[in-house]
Design a protein around this ligand. Structure first.
Ligand SMILES: [Zn+2]
Ligand SMILES: [Zn+2]
Length: 434
């Protein structure tokens, strides 16, 4: 996700209710973070140096499972939804179940960072030789969650309840023709036996400094759809267009007309994006091709807007290709739904974030048009997904999914403290009255 997001400090919002008592740190957690952080950063380097694409996280999953087993987890299940790992840690005191999720997959991006642990891995991706890189920070997410596992395992006697650790493959989407990610994990029953009453997740954010945390109450990340279009004409000599039907001219009109859905067919205050990311056609300068291929993404929050865009795309394609004498095929796949932070859970947990970094370092972020398949979990049980600042002072990180993306190691202990405290404070709030 490369996102331009505006933010406001929660300072003004919570000044009135943020009592000094909440600023008390949990000394047991802090001591445990200090004890484990070097080892966890070392694991982060290993994961970063050995990135793996979605549904192929074999080394990462093995590292995760070994770590959890080494901590004496009560259950460690592997091969969930291809390469997912699920660990159960049963606390020493009775209580509720809470889940926490990290994603493990990397991207087909060629790394260009000064890191000593930069990836040099290359692979074949859809017929092209490419580099592989943790260009979205999922190495940090996985490492932080391994760190939280270490912290909580070290104090398990004091934990009132059960923590389910979900390490997820393929957040960026499975390879073509495969299923995967959070949707498949949910379908395989990852939220059953025991079922958590809430789930937490975090994501690094390339526009936020280390030591800052961010969140969005309610709708946070958009629904992600994927469309493929074929515009069919009739091939002819480039000098004799009247003898053919030109799909390049039709496709050009379609690209422009699709942008009028947002500007002319939808209420201006409804968020939406229609992006054509691939436009391909032709083999030679003097041949009008028989076909043009287009592919792109639609981002929305409101299901009615989603329906309207799909319908208008069909109408625009039908109108333009019929006027041009051609035809079309449209394949519209509805992907990840919008990620909605549970409003009550968010309100309950924000003081914990403030406790970790100070209220003036917690930012309310506007919703983004980026997507996150955490939505599949948050649609099942109340979810809270927040952002971890990751940019070291004086360093310019590239955006998410770019070769110069740089999540600093110093974000790891902040993430460990934030997530450990969220899980503990949540379970504490659910502690049964005996
Ligand atoms: Zn990403
Ligand atoms: Zn990501």
């Amino acid at each position: 996700m490369r996102e331009m997001t505006s933010r406001r400090s929660i300072f003004a919002f919570f000044l009135g209710v943020w009592a000094p008592a909440l600023s008390a740190q949990n000394p047991t957690v802090d001591a445990a973070v200090d004890r484990f952080v070097d080892q966890i950063i070392e694991l982060r380097h290993q994961i970063h140096e050995n990135p793996e694409l979605g549904n192929r996280e074999f080394l990462t999953a093995a590292l995760v499972a070994e770590h959890l087993r080494g901590l004496g987890f009560d259950e460690v299940t592997v091969d969930v939804a291809y390469t997912g790992v699920v660990g159960i840690l049963i606390g020493g005191l009775p209580g509720d179940t809470v889940a926490v999720r990290a994603d493990m997959d990397a991207l087909p991006v060629t790394e260009d960072t000064p890191y000593s642990f930069a990836s040099t891995v290359r692979t074949d991706y859809l017929g092209q030789e490419v580099g592989v890189m943790h260009a979205c920070g999922h190495d940090v997410h996985t490492a932080v969650q391994l760190g939280v596992a270490s912290v909580l395992a070290s104090m398990r006697d004091e934990i009132p309840g059960v923590v389910k650790f979900i390490f997820q493959p393929a957040e960026e989407g499975p390879p073509p023709g495969e299923e995967g990610g959070a949707e498949l994990m949910v379908r395989e029953g990852v939220l059953d036996g025991p079922r958590p009453s809430a789930i937490f997740g975090l994501h690094t954010f390339a526009e936020m400094a280390v030591g800052t945390l961010g969140y969005t109450p309610g709708p946070a990340l958009a629904a992600v759809d994927h469309f493929r279009v074929r515009i069919l004409g009739q091939q002819s000599h480039g000098a004799y267009p009247h003898l053919g039907i030109d799909p390049i001219v039709m496709a050009s009109q379609v690209v422009m007309a699709l942008q009028t859905i947002r500007s002319r067919n939808l209420p201006p205050l409804e968020p939406s994006v229609v992006t054509v990311g691939i436009l391909q056609g032709g083999t030679r300068f003097n041949i009008i091709p028989g076909e043009v291929r287009m592919e792109g993404t639609v981002r929305t929050y409101n299901p009615d807007v989603r329906d309207a865009i799909e319908r208008r795309m069909g109408e625009i394609l039908a109108g333009i290709t019929s006027a041009g004498g051609g035809s079309f095929e449209l394949e519209y796949d509805r992907g990840t739904p919008a990620t909605i932070n549970d409003v009550d859970l968010t309100a309950q947990m924000v003081p914990t974030l403030a406790k970790i970094v100070g209220a003036d370092h917690v930012e309310i972020l506007d919703p983004t048009m980026g997507g996150e398949d955490f939505a599949y979990f948050a649609n099942e049980v109340p979810g809270f997904f927040f952002r971890l600042g990751m940019v070291k002072q004086g360093v310019a990180s590239g955006g998410h999914h770019t070769p110069t993306f740089q999540a600093d190691d110093s974000s790891v202990p902040v993430g460990m403290r934030a997530m450990s405290n969220l899980l503990l404070d949540y379970l504490e709030s659910r502690r049964p009255v005996l």
